[in-house]
Design a protein around this ligand. Structure first.
Ligand code: NAP
Length: 505
């Protein structure tokens, strides 16, 4: 079992107490980050443990270790001494922190010491050596927190972590690439995993306790919980973890689904072996590249040249493409099955998703023209499915193929970093805009004027309405976004992964 530890970064003790109240049922432990407190609060920190219902870890993090504390070590030691009058259960001392008297007090009071090392540059070449070099007595728990900058760094970290899986320790990868280490704490044998109140992230990659507990079900995970996930880049905005993990919960399946940000597939698949990953959803930009990792595949993968699902079998990875059915399903809620026959349809984009879309459309008898920024890619795809192609800028041609326009590029997709289903945060195109004003560069066919008769279908689901869809809706068009497609193909993946249907409730 791994504990859920809420890092508190309020400026006052009262603010922290309120954050604890918000999440109290989702947490096991609290970290008081005293380096965030106003100076006048410091003399009172010893009172804090008595004011909250969970064991408390005291941390006064220095700036060089990613904290806010900038005064002298002497002063920090005296803050620690004042605090030790209170009933703290844990205290964080960096490996280079030496204070004999304080250490003696801590030992006598049987307060456990988290011995920490932080590295914001990246994962060390030999992380296991670093973990082994951290002091580890019965009272001490070694902690290594490192910025994880790539799939190869994550592989190294996971490998090191698993080789000390049965020892008490905390090994965490910070940042988007390191995110799996936070939600797979039980699998990696981590003593605890940190999280923050929503909107108050104490470290790169923290999510809020409600997501850790209710979405990733950290408390019910064990070392043998089956691991599934989605690979892509970017991927932390994906809603798939929310969809799949909710399904596991409802169907009482011992499994967890994790977003893996990937820059090099070779390192990801090496790590997937270590974690025994059982199934994967595949998203931008890997739908085509993953095919070389497949040992066998369904016909839809061969015909389209794109794969959006990988499942482990006795013979290795088996690939599927559920985008085809997933794409058609929502369309059938707007028009009948025969509607596509003979219709002139523009497909914007020629990437992995476009392959499935063009295949689905031509199979249903539509007359398709592919428009892409890189015209050669449009041409290659058009040859494969015997249809027309044109540059993205050819608005006259777009008008000709305007019974339906299907937007399959990544343009307009939010790139934020909310890891589980909620809309991304930051300066991403999540907002709606007043009619006629749309952010530039977020609509791949900016110069096209919708007439109102078109069906506009955007595969993107975050944001709910891209500038492409907003413009179409404003002109009176029927619009479809990518949410239903996502849900439909996720249901099919769920069945393949678990052998049971996605719970209807
Ligand atoms: P991909 O293989 O990486 O293809 C990206 C496409 O976007 C290419 O055609 C590319 O054109 C085009 N593109 C990228 N940046 C552009 C720009 N600045 N201007 C014009 N065109 C640009 O990605 P994918 O796997 O096909 O996915 C595409 C989108 O579909 C993503 O947003 C994904 O989330 C969404 N999708 C949704 C679902 C769902 O279930 N709702 C399923 C599948 C995909 P070039 O060839 O010129 O580079």
């Amino acid at each position: 079992m791994s504990f859920i530890c809420l890092s508190l970064t309020g400026r006052t003790l009262q603010e922290n107490i309120e954050d604890v109240r918000r999440y109290t049922s989702h947490i096991d432990l609290i970290e008081l980050r005293a380096d965030f407190l106003f100076t006048e609060e410091i003399p009172h920190i010893h009172r804090f443990p008595a004011l909250v219902p969970h064991p408390v870890l005291l941390t006064i993090r220095r700036k060089q270790d990613g904290g806010k504390y900038i005064a002298s070590e002497k002063e920090r030691s005296s803050f620690f001494s004042i605090a030790m009058r209170g009933a703290f259960d844990y205290v964080d001392f960096e490996t280079d922190f030496e204070h004999t008297l304080l250490t003696e007090i801590v030992r006598e009071k049987k307060i456990r010491i988290i011995r920490s090392v932080h590295d914001f540059d990246g994962v060390p070449e030999h992380p296991l050596q670093t973990i082994r070099s951290i002091p580890k007595t019965k009272q001490e728990i070694p902690k290594l927190a490192v910025m994880t900058n790539s799939s190869s760094e994550l592989y190294r970290l996971v490998e090191a972590c698993l080789s000390v899986r049965n020892e008490e320790k905390i090994v965490l990868g910070m940042g988007a690439y390191g995110f799996p280490t936070r939600v797979l704490a039980p699998r990696l044998g981590n003593y605890l995993t940190f999280c923050s109140p929503a909107g108050k992230s104490a470290a790169p990659g923290h999510i809020d306790p409600q997501q850790l507990d209710a979405v990733y079900r950290l408390r019910s995970q064990t070392g043998s919980t089956a691991v599934y996930g989605v690979i892509g880049n970017p991927v932390l905005h994906s809603q798939s973890p929310f969809i799949h993990n909710t399904g596991y919960e409802k169907a009482s399946i011992d499994a967890v689904y994790v977003p893996f940000q990937v820059d090099e597939l070779i390192w990801f698949f090496k790590m997937a072996e270590l974690l025994d990953v059982q199934g994967l959803s595949v998203t931008v930009p890997y739908k085509e590249n993953v095919i070389q990792w497949l040992d066998d595949s369904a016909e839809t993968v061969t015909v389209t040249g794109a794969c959006n699902t990988m499942a482990r079998s006795d013979k290795g990875w088996y690939g599927y493409n559920f985008d085809v059915e997933g794409f058609l399903h929502p369309l059938e809620t707007v028009v009948d099955r025969q509607w596509l026959q003979g219709k002139k349809v523009a497909v914007i984009g020629a990437g992995g998703a476009a392959k499935s879309v063009v295949f689905a459309l031509t199979k249903r008898g539509a007359d398709v023209c592919i428009f892409n920024r890189t015209v050669e890619k449009a041409e290659r795809l058009a040859k494969r499915f015997s249809c027309a192609f044109a540059p993205l800028t050819d608005t006259e041609r777009l008008k000709e193929y305007s019974d339906m326009l299907v937007q399959t590029t990544t343009v307009g997709m939010a790139m934020g970093s909310s890891p589980t289903g909620s809309h991304p945060v930051g300066d991403t195109p999540t907002g709606q805009h007043s009619p006629g004003t749309y952010p530039e560069g977020l609509n791949p066919i900016e110069d096209y004027t919708f007439q109102g008769h078109e069906i506009a279908y955007d595969l993107i689901y975050t944001p709910e309405k891209t500038p492409f869809l907003q413009k179409a809706e404003h002109a009176g068009c029927r619009i479809i976004n990518g949410t239903s497609m996502l849900l439909e193909q996720a249901k099919q993946q769920f069945l393949i992964f678990t052998g049971v249907h996605y719970p209807e409730s």
